[in-house]
Design a protein around this ligand. Structure first.
Ligand SMILES: [Zn+2]
Length: 338
């Protein structure tokens, strides 16, 4: 029996516990406005593109992805006008999708559906292998914090439910895989999903930190996975490091959180950077696409829109872009159907 097979059962439960702990240590940093230019790095992030760096340990026993998703989540917040809990929940799900898409090759699309039963409603995100992600949360207005600490609450407002992942390799036969939500904190749910459905021992840390105005200050995360053939002592070493790792919020708060994450994951161990790729919030909707959607409606509905409303307006739920169709557009659709 390969030694790596013994890892998931016991050791992973500790890693999942770590994630649980990390996700609950949500710290909303209070901006200090007392000296010089305290937001130097903050402004630098506005300029920069988000990125994902893929790495592998020198021994080949582990691989890790680290992400800066600040602009991705900031864009999502702006487009959907989300309140604190909704921003963090949607942001974490967007990061989870970016991680899952980074795990795929070719022209693959990953849809994540966090199907919770509480007030946030469903959270739906779609990511592709070109670095694009889009998404929305059914209720963008959830804004609940602990009074004493200002900590944004997420899990209780996701609630119980399912973590559904749809993988579309472009063959027209999407593959569905579902695990129960463990805590609704998303990071932990993703770690559980990866371990259960992909049978790969995985540690995940991801979070979104908000500033005092509940705007996105920083967002990002990491995925660490054991590769086949990892030796027991190597696994033990990484496990220990993961357990001793500072909370993801603390790492995200540091000036260069990508480097801090890598340092926390690998310590003094040597590793290789395999790639660095841009990632972004980008919707693929277009007027043509919605024209096709309208074309699927019965002619009588199209006639009604034309005669009574003199047009139609469709808003993309993934990015809130509104497309207007005038009487000529509708007439064209009706003609094509007859
Ligand atoms: Zn759109």
């Amino acid at each position: 029996m390969k030694k790596s097979l013994s890892f998931p059962s016991q050791a992973l439960s500790k890693i999942v516990a770590f994630e649980f702990k990390a996700d609950f240590l949500v710290i909303i940093p209070q901006k200090q406005q007392t000296h010089g230019s305290p937001f130097g790095h903050f402004y630098a992030k506005i300029e920069g593109m988000d990125k994902i760096i893929k790495t592998i340990s020198e021994s080949g026993a582990f691989r890790a992805f680290v992400l800066d998703s600040t602009e991705t989540v900031r864009t999502a917040q702006e487009k959907h006008q989300t309140q604190a809990s909704s921003t963090v929940a949607l942001g974490r799900t967007l990061i989870a999708s970016q991680i899952l898409a980074a795990n795929e090759k070719g022209d693959t699309k990953i849809t994540v559906k966090v199907l919770g039963t509480s007030s946030l409603g469903a959270i739906i995100t779609v990511a592709d292998t070109k670095g694009n992600v889009k998404g929305y949360v059914q209720n963008p207005g959830v804004d609940i914090k602990k009074t004493a600490t200002g900590e944004v609450l997420v899990g209780p407002f996701v609630g119980n439910g399912q973590f559904l992942v749809i993988t579309d390799y472009g063959t027209g036969n999407p593959y569905n895989s579902m695990t129960p939500l463990i805590s609704g904190e998303i990071g932990e749910d993703l770690a559980y999903y990866l371990t259960e459905s992909q049978q790969t021992p995985s540690a995940v840390g991801l979070n979104v930190l908000l500033d005092k105005d509940d705007k996105v200050e920083v967002a990002g995360g990491f995925l660490l996975q054991v590769l086949p053939g990892a030796k027991e002592e190597e696994i033990a070493r990484f496990e220990k490091r993961i357990q001793e790792m500072p909370a993801i919020s603390t790492l995200l708060e540091s000036e260069d959180h990508i480097e801090s994450l890598l340092k926390a994951i690998y310590g003094d161990e040597s590793y290789k950077r395999l790639s660095e790729e841009e990632i972004r919030f980008q919707c693929d909707c277009s007027k043509d696409r919605f024209m096709n959607a309208l074309a699927s409606l019965p002619s009588s509905d199209l006639e009604e829109m034309k005669e009574e409303d003199h047009g139609a307006e469709i808003t993309c739920q993934f990015c809130q872009t509104t497309y207007n169709f005038d009487e000529n557009d509708l007439e064209e659709l009706i003609r094509d159907k007859s």
